[in-house]
Design a protein around this ligand. Structure first.
Ligand code: GDP
Length: 365
């Protein structure tokens, strides 16, 4: 038969009649119901037994934006809290390419050799599930991802840094209740997320590279001050000397900082994640740190301070969302904004008017 497109009257731009949708062949498909949401008690029971599926579902709930899910998530967290806290929380940061995934893979296996369980979480406010780099992505940690005692969870999807970090903080509670006694929290060393991670971990490890010019950037951003250990990765092949030189530079730079509140002087080591060289030395440093801060009481003090920090952080965010999600306030803000932009109203008077309205609505109730 002559092809339809060879017909002179054929116009490729017209919509031709399509093919009718065939009936669904699989009769079971339509009968499938969405999975029933387990109750908080069921979830907690599963989590305490170390059921990974329940743990994952609870984490998904924590990450959900739906108010119903949030209520349930908070119930689960509250019930898990008494069973949490018994872990070593370790923050790991470094610029992209520093070797975080490679290192976490080998550090993780090293830790698991001594028994116990490991959860790898991540904070990357720039990532979205569907695109871009996703920290904690299973494919980046080949060996750990197939280890039965490892639980790897990518960063909660993009949102405000505070929001993303809070979800990770809550996930730590769930993981600890599920018996994970080592928690790694990974973050990209390029922004503010380090401060958030620092506020939820016991030990903060900074992965650096030799000779990338990053050394001074680290100092500027204040990340070095937060580090309890600085490790220079890729100390292998003809890079060993450069790595050692960089380590010496870091050591002398660290002298410029006052001794941290922990009383622990941060150490600088070189290693190779890829060739698995010097891993035990890095881990020995971390072990010594924990022994040191548990002995001098800093470990408990820091955890209490972190708990206080998260209380205020949560209050801040709840107040903000209560304010900004109020429909009347939204309307008022839109109106005032135009006036402020057009110089018809001062910023301060606009702010006072909106806040006054908010407060009076609160007290009317
Ligand atoms: P991330 O972006 O910080 O997670 O870094 P990756 O772990 O993905 O590593 C970035 C690149 O550096 C990869 O090509 C790794 O193979 C390489 N790499 C990681 N660790 C080492 C190491 O110890 N030595 C060498 N030579 N290369 C490494």
């Amino acid at each position: 038969m002559e092809h339809i497109e060879n017909d002179e009257k054929y116009n490729g731009l017209t919509v031709n009649q399509g093919v009718a949708q065939p009936p669904v062949v699989n009769p079971y498909l339509q009968r499938r119901r969405p999975r029933r949401m387990p109750s908080a008690a069921d979830m907690v029971e599963g989590i305490l037994k170390g059921d990974v599926t329940m743990l994952s579902r609870a984490v998904t709930l924590v990450e959900s934006l739906s108010p119903d899910h949030q209520t349930l998530a908070q119930e689960v967290i509250e019930k898990c809290l008494p069973h949490s806290g018994n872990s070593r929380r370790i923050g790991i940061t470094g610029v992209p390419g520093a070797g975080k995934s490679t290192s976490i893979d080998v550090f993780g296996l090293h830790v698991l050799k001594q028994g116990g369980k490991l959860a790898v979480l991540a904070i990357d406010p720039s990532s979205e599930r569907t695109k871009g780099s996703i920290l904690g992505d299973k494919t980046r940690m080949e060996k750990l991802s197939v280890h039965p005692s490892a639980f790897i969870r990518p960063s909660p999807s993009a949102g405000s840094l505070g929001g993303v970090a809070r979800k990770t903080r809550e996930t730590i509670v769930l993981c600890e209740a599920a018996g994970y006694d080592n928690i790694f929290v990974e973050t990209v060393g390029v922004g503010q997320s380090e401060t958030a991670v620092h506020s939820m971990v016991d030990f903060f490890l900074l992965i650096q590279l030799a000779g990338t010019g990053d050394e001074l950037q680290g100092i500027k951003r204040g990340i070095m001050e937060m580090a309890d250990g600085i490790v220079i990765n890729k100390a292998d092949g003809d890079n060993v000397q450069r790595a050692q030189l960089a380590a010496a530079q870091f050591r002398s730079a660290l002298h410029l900082f006052p001794t941290p509140a922990s009383g622990w002087t941060p150490e600088v080591l070189t290693y190779s994640g890829y060739y698995e060289l010097g891993i035990d030395k890095v881990w020995d440093m971390i072990d010594r740190y924990f022994a040191f801060v548990k002995e001098n009481g800093y470990f408990d003090r820091k955890r209490s301070e972190q708990a206080r920090y998260w209380m205020y952080e949560t209050i801040d965010s709840q107040l903000r969302s209560h304010f900004y999600n109020n429909p009347e306030i939204e309307r008022m803000l839109a109106e005032k904004e135009v006036k402020v932009l057009n110089n018809q109203l001062s910023s301060f008077i606009a702010a006072r008017d909106v806040l006054d309205r908010y407060y009076s609505a609160l007290f009317e109730r």
